[in-house]
Design a protein around this ligand. Structure first.
Ligand code: TYM
Length: 334
């Protein structure tokens, strides 16, 4: 059966960007429609990736569990998916080291994500940071996963995974697939500040999956607006203009036809942003409410969460060890 892998770093609670760009895709592949293609799905919390930028030890310990709880609350199901913590499968790290022998330093230094992080943390341009995409390639390829549900920002990392797969196959005769991204309609969720994408590291940019209606309303209220009337900007309007950002949220939560309706109003009689924001906040909350209820149940059942984490690691390790054994043999290490 074809395999899927995805992961989210343990940097905090999940936000709408993670949910729409990644988790929704994970759910789609876990629960295909009747008669549709079925996949073996591996979903992890990327706790080892979290140490590639400065972090707090206690927060990491807490957050890696919180991500698992968010996964379960969103509908990832341990009966259908292998749900695990990356650090519990140390095979990923060993394979990453082997992979680092088939990709150059120059290739890694040119990645936009590496450059961005070095600008953010100039005193922490570490080897771990440089190796970030190599470890990610290992996460994916150790399960020979061909499909990766992630947001559009992860595309450069997937390109590295494809180069590594190719180089390994031609040098050592392995049969790694060239993994491709599984895109959702929320592959790029804009920031609530109106600039760039929604991100955990930008205060005021995100809505957490655990936010209540009042919090959502006050965050949505801050979305930048304009006069509510004018000519629609050309190109990718969500990357910059106020109306574009607002309409991307409308499309994601109220649907395409509602977004078309508002677009017409914008070029016609004008939009009343107060009403729009009210409708949008309610609809975001409606989507999150069931997740929040499920989360409460899970918080009251720590034994269940422990069991999911333990069993997930066991299953993932078995699959990972198979690939590692093959790679060691092909590389002359056994
Ligand atoms: P991370 O933790 O930055 O983000 C987790 C996932 O959320 C998506 N995402 C978004 N999607 C749409 N709009 C946004 N504003 C937005 N913000 C975040 C990301 O695209 C991602 O899918 N490198 C990964 C973690 C990782 C991984 C892997 C992923 C480690 N190993 C193997 C897939 C396969 C990361 O930093 O995600």
């Amino acid at each position: 059966m074809k395999r899927v892998l995805s992961g989210i770093r343990a940097t905090g609670r999940l936000h709408l960007g993670n949910y729409l760009g990644a988790v929704k895709g994970m759910l789609e592949l876990q629960d295909p429609p009747a008669g549709g293609q079925e996949y073996e799905t591996f979903y992890m919390v990327a706790d080892v990736h979290t140490i590639t930028t400065p972090y707090n030890i206690e927060e990491l310990r807490k957050n890696r569990r919180e991500v698992i709880i968010d996964y379960l609350a969103a509908g990832l199901d341990p009966k259908k998916s292998i749900i695990f913590q990356q650090s519990e499968v140390p095979e990923h790290l060993e394979l990453a080291f082997y992979f680092s022998s088939v990709i150059t330093i120059a290739r890694m230094q040119h990645l936009p994500t590496f450059k961005e992080k070095v600008t953010q943390h100039p005193d922490n341009a570490t080897m771990a940071l440089l190796n970030y995409p190599v470890l990610m390639a290992s996460d994916i390829l150790i399960y020979k996963a061909g499909l990766v549900p992630v947001g559009i920002d992860q595309e450069p990392h997937l390109e590295v995974a494809r180069v590594i797969a190719n180089n390994m196959n031609s040098k050592f005769g392995t049969d790694f697939p060239e993994p491709i991204r599984f895109a959702t309609k929320g592959e790029y969720v804009p920031s609530l500040t109106g600039e760039g994408k929604m991100s955990k590291t930008v205060e005021g940019s995100y809505i957490n999956l655990t936010d209540d209606l009042e919090t959502i309303k006050s965050k949505v209220a801050k979305l930048p607006t304009d006069s509510g009337k004018g000519v629609m900007p050309e190109g990718k309007p969500e990357r910059g203009s106020a109306i574009g950002t607002v309409l991307s949220f409308v499309e994601l939560f109220l649907g395409k036809s509602k977004a078309e309706q508002y677009k017409k109003m914008y070029t016609g009689e004008g939009i009343r942003y107060g009403d729009l924001k009210q409708e949008l906040s309610n609809s975001i909350y409606e989507e999150l409410k069931p997740l929040q209820e499920k989360r409460k149940e899970l918080e009251n059942n720590p034994e269940y969460v422990d069991k999911v984490i333990k069993e997930g690691a066991e299953k993932a390790r078995m699959a990972a060890q198979e690939t590692l054994k093959e790679v060691r043999e092909k590389m002359g290490l056994s």
